[in-house]
Design a protein around this ligand. Structure first.
Ligand code: ZN
Length: 351
């Protein structure tokens, strides 16, 4: 049994490489770690190359959310016997290694990868409501008076727009402000340009592709919430597999699940056209939405405010706690939650 889980990029990567016994495809990204070290996206494959069904499990699309997902992948590598012999499993480790190494949600260009998979032939709509909150969001994480005033102004906009529309303004994705919140980028990111050919190559010839993208920070502490951004048959199938665990933002009024632009899910659907694709986000809950948002806003502010490194370290510490709690109970609950979701997935795929 793995006693601890690494909350550090290099240690998480080391565990993954060890688990994969060196059978890894790696891409060194252009950006470097905080100490100038090289950073990699890594991929390993289990099972037959020409399988009819492929299960893809990705971690660290939101950089600092890597650690729980990495642990799930390492545990699966250590327990690969539980997988059906005719299933191919593709594990992608640290889709956003820069964010993992620097303890940030976004990548080196402040791009949220979950807003970067937009259709390049049909760019996403403009987020008009975001224009009202952009300047305020830059200041809201400031723990001085300026931040206090920005938060008060945001609260006014929030009551004006309503909870869900406010969350869509803040989190729904925007493509104008490179220093902004939920920035989807001006172009496909390096990670996307690596992921897409990897996914095409490793699903070539498959009829059915199921994708689990592992995240943290949303939902109940230690529990798994499965989020489907799909519609039609894929959504119906996900509902049958995951039952009450499944949330579909398109079908709920829940404010914490806004609809977003440029999400990976429609990006994968376009990429894998012609195959049956079921793609879900698996969120392991940590703390209350308010606390997580507060930590993200403080980090957002600290990135451009030039504060003292000791102050920034405190902000990073709380941010990391919000996405990878230091808690034996939490990570053991995540182990169980992942095992349940994996069992439901494998059962569904075999039906
Ligand atoms: Zn995430």
């Amino acid at each position: 049994m793995i006693q601890h889980y690494p909350r550090h990029y290099a240690s998480a990567r080391r565990a993954f490489l060890d688990g994969a016994k060196g059978a890894v495809t790696s891409h060194e990204i252009k950006a470097r770690g905080p100490d100038g070290e090289a950073l990699h996206m890594d991929l390993t494959v289990l099972g037959p190359a020409d399988a009819r069904q492929v299960l893809v499990i990705t971690s660290g699309v939101h950089g600092l959310e890597l650690f729980a997902g990495s642990r799930c992948q390492s545990r699966l590598l250590a327990d690969a016997d539980r997988l059906p012999a005719d299933l191919k499993v593709v594990l992608v480790h640290a889709a956003n290694p820069w964010g993992a190494a620097h303890v940030r949600r976004n990548n080196e260009l402040n791009v949220d990868l979950c807003r970067n998979f937009y259709d390049t032939d049909n760019p996403p709509s403009r987020n008009e409501d975001y224009e009202r909150v952009h300047e305020l969001l830059l200041e809201a994480g400031n723990n001085g008076m300026e931040g206090h005033e920005a938060m008060a102004a945001l609260a006014g906009i929030r009551s004006d727009l309503g909870e869900r529309r406010y969350n869509e303004a803040v989190m729904g994705g925007q493509y104008r402000h490179r220093d902004g919140f939920a920035f989807g980028g001006f172009a496909p990111s390096e990670s996307r340009k690596v992921l897409e050919p990897w996914l095409l190559k490793h699903t070539d010839g498959a009829q059915e592709v199921v994708m689990l993208d592992l995240h943290t920070g949303l939902g109940e502490h230690g529990a798994a919430t499965v989020v489907s951004m799909q519609q039609g048959a894929a959504l119906t199938q996900a509902q049958a597999w995951y039952g009450a665990r499944l949330v579909a933002p398109a079908q709920t009024d829940a404010a914490e699940f806004p609809e977003v632009r440029g999400h990976t899910t429609p990006g994968y659907e376009r990429l894998l056209l012609g195959r049956s694709v079921l793609s879900v986000i698996v969120e392991f809950g940590t703390y209350a939405h308010e606390r997580v948002m507060k930590a993200l806003l403080a980090d957002h502010w600290s990135e451009h405010s030039g504060i003292h490194p000791a102050h920034q370290a405190l902000i990073k510490d709380e941010l990391l706690e919000c996405f990878s709690p230091v808690s034996r109970e939490w990570i053991e609950a995540v182990d169980q939650a992942f095992d349940t979701v994996l069992t439901e997935t494998l059962t569904g795929m075999q039906a």
